[in-house]
Design a binder for this molecule. Structure first.
Ligand code: PMP
Length: 366
């Protein structure tokens, strides 16, 4: 039997030549895993104890609160917003999917600027939303002239332009923060939603969350996967205007957010100080890793995130990646991504993991 949607365009080559299906980072069993921007430290034991207790109070025979009201209120309070401005889902990837289900689809388009997080365009294509691609400049930032060009190109797909403009700040995989002036320029020009994916914002010096109050078409995405050390929990959220949040609810499955996750998310928010401590340690390690890469002769981008993009220069990047795997160190191979031939991305790990990475890299190029 043919599955529904089988007639939709499937995986297709990226501009760089790799297949779309290649965006998944391989889950290889290695000693040092620095490929998916996870937090190197687990959450504190007190968090685990508190979650155990909270889970014990859940009536597992009942469906969870469909609106996740308590969790949304707790998240909203953290950001000084109202609960009606928060939508939670199973990781920010599912929030992105909900956005495309609600606002994208056949006859609509989204705009984004490569190189950026691959799931934005991937989910767009899965939902048959046309993707209009802009290019970042030589420093991997977005030139306002390119914004105008892309918005105009998207208008050819119908409506007045893209239904969604996707931005990512700090951007994955460059680690660079988009200047607020650029985001304001996009907000001024875009006819539809402007989504700023801030998955890594706690590692950066600035956020555009403050603009949500004055820009009802701005949606900011956050996740518990990185700074909160909870990638396994699968919890992310959108912050935006109440009518946008309601549209996301209309695209979500009933009871999409299980009760354990709702409870654990609330518990996590009581551990903000611990999270800040982890972030400070990662930022300190990031500077050390940047210096280490420089000392080995690699050109690396000063990142405002928990990863670093670097060029392997005269060394073949894919070969370097393979040789690192041989030494039980896994980083992200970006050689098939748009404009990133010759590049790898390394997640900031613990001090010991970073040392192991630098030592393995030094061996590989010697
Ligand atoms: N946005 C960006 C920019 C990311 O890098 C990631 C994870 N790699 C996500 C969203 C998805 O995170 P999650 O689904 O774990 O919340």
């Amino acid at each position: 039997m043919t599955p529904a949607g089988a007639d939709r365009p499937g995986p297709e080559p990226r501009p760089g030549g790799a297949l779309w299906s290649g965006y998944h980072s391989p889950q290889v069993d290695v000693a040092v895993r620095l490929n998916t921007n996870e937090a190197p430290e687990p959450p504190p034991p007190e968090f685990i104890a508190a979650v155990r207790k909270a889970v014990g109070d859940i009536a597992l025979n009942r469906y969870p609160d469909r609106r996740a009201s308590a969790l949304r209120a707790a998240i909203a309070a953290q950001h000084g917003l109202g609960a009606e401005q928060v939508f939670c889902a199973n990781g920010s990837n599912e929030v992105i999917q909900s956005l495309f289900l609600a606002y994208g689809g056949p006859g609509r388009s989204c705009a984004l600027f490569e190189p950026t997080y691959a799931l934005h365009s991937h989910i767009a294509r899965l939902t048959s939303t046309a993707v209009v691609t802009g290019e970042r400049d030589d420093g991997y930032l977005i030139d306002p002239a390119e914004v105008d060009r892309v918005l105009e190109a998207a208008a050819a797909h119908g409506d007045a332009g893209p239904a969604i403009v996707f931005l990512c700040s700090p951007n994955n995989p460059t680690g660079l923060v988009e200047p607020v002036s650029t985001i304001e320029a996009v907000l001024a020009a875009a006819p539809g939603l402007v989504v700023v994916d801030e998955a890594y914002v706690q590692f950066a010096r600035s956020s555009v969350l403050g603009l949500v109050a004055t820009h009802p078409h701005l949606v900011v995405l956050r996740t518990f996967s990185k700074t909160w050390s909870l990638a396994a929990l699968r919890l992310g959220y959108a912050l935006g205007a109440p009518d946008v949040i309601e549209s996301l609810f209309s695209a979500a499955l009933p009871y999409h957010l299980d009760a354990v996750k709702q409870a654990a998310g609330i518990v996590a928010l009581g551990f903000t100080e611990e999270m800040d401590g982890r972030v400070a340690r990662i930022v300190a390690e990031r500077d050390r890793l940047l210096a280490g890469l420089g000392a080995l002769g690699f050109a690396a981008i000063p990142s405002e995130s928990n990863f670093i993009l670097f060029s392997t220069g005269d060394h073949d990047a894919h070969r370097v990646w393979e040789d690192l795997v041989q030494r039980s160190v896994l980083v992200r191979d970006l050689t098939g991504w748009p404009r990133l031939a010759g590049h790898l991305r390394v997640t900031i790990g613990t001090a010991a993991e970073n040392d192991a990475f630098l030592a393995a890299l030094a061996q590989v190029i010697s």
